[in-house]
Design a protein around this ligand. Structure first.
Ligand code: FAD
Length: 472
């Protein structure tokens, strides 16, 4: 039986977009995505509750020296530490590419020598998000130390939506950003018309499968639990992965480790990178073939090393433990689907949405524009195609990925289609897409990273070059 629809108010406030309706929306998470989603939803006139299991805003950007007791993060019952930041982390994007549209991420003059850097450290990013939350009075919408444990559809979804969501939450037992999954405080249920999922996707480790690993005597850890280099002193370390974490961490541990071995999928692509690392105790290998009982780690090309530690810098899995299993949206080989434009499950659109899923893009501005879209669709100001049309679009997208040989697990890697995707969303929202300066800055930042993987943050001339090109 379908539940009766909740009261939907027609807005009469002249400051709100005309023809819009206001509904109750639950936002899950107060990281960058949840904060900007809350702001956009409220701007559109919706009534918003943000659930945050930690005790402050900022999500991933809240660095903590604590790590999880299970260094690989395999135990589903383990106490979870949300953030995956290491102490020395600086951004991969220049701060200008991380700014929300109308809230520039400028360096604070207080400690100019550090803060003028184009690629700031994590503390500056957290300070930026906190200022954003303060200046837009977002914290008043947030329920801190409150974890969403279940999101249940009561009534129907789709074009004839007449249902509502029951959001079950519980108070978290600690006042830190760490939650104890085995604990659990007071529970409560609340009804909403729409749910916007902003729970992040850099917490649940993905692990490389290594034949023979059960009998290998060394230690294993995922980069989620890496904080500082000291534990790797005098160790022989094999890092798996060719992303930024593996690059940063290998550079950081090499001066004190005995040996550093990077195992990557395609060493030919990394060859230049390997040379440029220029460290006498660092080697580049193809992926690991197997690990042996005597401590050897054998690579695909037959080379091997006796290692003390394997450090998995192998990324993260999308994880929505609070979503009912039969909700018609699932995670399969790291594809969250089916999702129309990485945001709406067609059959439940627009009443369930996901903000911030795309990776290797520009997370803050992209979450902002996705949020504007969701907020406008929920108020009826922006229209969606029919469920059938959205499903067809999803099928076409998947077929395209398959034809291009893109693995399923890269469904949400947006890098090559970032501008197109961003501009499509902007068009839906009736706002300008990326301007030339923004596009050139991103391109310059990427080139800079490829050319100087070890020093790209401090040898950045991109901004001057972009300005010169634009005005020449
Ligand atoms: P998060 O920041 O992860 O926030 C999710 C929030 O949801 C958290 O506060 C969490 O406590 C809360 N939550 C989760 N589950 C629940 C629940 N059940 N109930 C209630 N609350 C819940 N991006 C950049 O732009 N530039 C960079 O340089 C950059 N570097 C990065 C480096 C690393 C090592 C990592 C891991 C990520 C990096 N990112 C970078 C990406 C980063 O994830 C995004 O910038 C952004 O922080 C994502 O925001 P989010 O709100 O989607 O998720």
């Amino acid at each position: 039986a379908l539940a009766s629809p909740m009261a939907v108010e027609t807005q009469s406030d002249p400051l709100l977009p005309s023809n819009s309706t206001s509904i109750r929306v639950a936002v899950i998470g107060a990281g960058a995505s949840g904060l900007v989603a809350a702001r956009e939803l409220r701007r559109e006139g919706h009534r918003v509750v943000v659930y945050e299991r930690g005790s402050q805003v900022g999500g991933t950007w809240i660095y903590t020296p604590e790590s999880e007791p299970d260094p690989l993060g395999l135990d589903p019952e383990r106490p979870v530490v949300h953030s995956s930041l290491y102490m020395s982390l600086r951004t991969i994007l220049p701060r200008k590419s991380m700014s929300f549209r109308d809230y520039p991420f400028v360096a604070e003059p207080a400690d100019w020598s550090v803060n003028q850097r184009a690629f700031p450290g994590h503390a500056e990013v957290l300070a930026y998000l906190k200022s954003f939350a303060r200046d837009f009075e977002i914290e008043e919408m947030v329920r801190f130390d409150t974890e969403v444990v279940k999101v249940e559809l009561v009534g129907g979804g789709g074009e004839e939506h007449s249902g509502r969501w029951k959001v079950k939450s519980r108070k978290t037992t600690t006042a830190t950003d760490k939650i104890n999954c085995s604990g659990g405080g007071e529970e409560s249920d609340e009804a909403f018309e729409a749910v916007v999922v902003c729970n992040g996707h850099d917490t649940e480790p993905r692990i490389a499968e290594i034949p023979g690993i059960q009998r290998w005597p060394g230690k294993q850890i995922h980069s989620h639990n890496y904080r500082t280099p000291e534990p790797f002193k005098d160790q022989v370390v094999v890092l798996i992965g060719s992303g930024l974490s593996s690059m940063d961490i290998s550079l950081e541990i090499a001066p004190i480790s005995k040996e550093v071995h990077l195992a990557v999928r395609d060493p030919s692509k990394m060859a230049m990178l390997g040379q440029r690392l220029g460290l006498s105790n660092t080697w580049l290998h193809p992926t690991i073939k197997h690990a042996q009982e005597d401590g050897a780690v054998v690579f695909e090309d037959g080379t091997s090393t006796y290692a003390d530690v394997i450090l998995h810098c192998t990324g993260y899995k999308y994880h929505f433990p609070f979503l009912e299993k039969d909700l018609m949206v699932s995670v399969d080989d790291n594809r969250v689907g089916p999702l129309y434009k990485h945001v709406f499950p067609p059959i439940l659109a627009p009443w369930l949405s996901f903000i911030g899923l795309p990776s290797k893009g520009v997370p803050f501005p992209l979450s902002e524009i996705q949020s504007k879209w969701v907020a406008g669709v929920l108020s009826g100001r922006i229209s969606l195609p029919s469920v059938k049309e959205m499903m067809e679009d999803v099928d076409t997208f998947y077929a395209k990925l398959e034809a291009a040989g893109v693995p399923k697990r890269h469904t949400h890697v947006i890098f090559t289609s970032l501008v197109e995707y961003n501009d499509w969303l902007a068009d839906q929202c009736g706002i300008p897409g990326m301007d030339e300066r923004e596009k050139m800055m991103l391109f310059a930042a990427h080139e800079n990273f490829l050319a100087r993987p070890a020093t790209f943050r401090d040898e950045w001339k991109g901004e001057e070059e972009v300005e010169k090109t634009l005005f020449s």
